[in-house]
Design a protein around this ligand. Structure first.
Ligand code: ATP
Ligand code: ATP
Length: 154
């Protein structure tokens, strides 16, 4: 029965769009690039506990990179001279894989696996303005999200 559910889950990945299972931007814990790294920020980061944290500039849909929770471990917060941006530039984690919101979960799973990304940044091209081809983030998706979809129990 369990195997049957997994098969159904896997087959369902082809028809399900990533926008159906992503974590919406409003629910994503992210950090502003120019924020100074102080004790309060480190506590907040550990409070959420997410491994990967998107970094944005000005608006939340403008993601410019990622930091990892581990990056804050050995940081001197007293000096007040570190910003989220400087931490990001020091560790230089890869920017998450850019995923189009109407891609199927099946395709995205393969994309993430192939390029060994754990996290994808879900974007939607703004069709209204040709001047701004830069995709705006509408959410994130991790391998975890897709695997959960695969092994879901009824
Ligand atoms: P890991 O298991 O590698 O430590 P994690 O626990 O931080 O990672 P995942 O296991 O990849 O995160 O994902 C668990 C859920 O949390 C997924 O639904 C994912 O979309 C969501 N998620 C991951 N990072 C964030 C974040 N920064 N803000 C909000 N939700 C997140
Ligand atoms: P993970 O699930 O392993 O944490 P991730 O998608 O979060 O992967 P990163 O955090 O960017 O990806 O990288 C994980 C590890 O792989 C880090 O130690 C990082 O330095 C290293 N790494 C970064 N880019 C690449 C790459 N192109 N190929 C292989 N390893 C990489």
């Amino acid at each position: 029965e369990r195997e049957k559910n997994i098969m159904t889950g896997v087959l369902g990945l082809k028809t399900k769009k990533i926008s159906d299972i992503m974590t919406h931007l409003i629910d994503v814990f992210m950090l502003e690039a120019d924020r100074v790294v102080d004790d309060e920020l480190v506590l907040t980061v550990h409070g959420y506990g997410y491994s990967r944290i998107p970094v944005y500039e000005k608006q939340r849909d403008n993601i410019i990179g990622l930091v990892n929770i581990r990056d804050f471990a050995l940081l001197d917060t007293e000096s007040g001279k570190f910003t989220v941006r400087s931490v990001m530039n020091f560790y230089k984690h890869r920017y998450g894989k850019v995923i189009m919101s109407d891609d199927s979960c099946y395709d995205v799973f393969n994309q993430l696996k192939k390029e060994q990304y754990h996290l994808g940044i879900v974007a939607e091209h703004d069709s209204s303005s040709k001047k701004d081809p830069k995709p705006r983030a509408i959410g994130i998706v991790t391998l975890e999200d897709i695997i959960e979809e695969m092994i879901q129990e009824e």
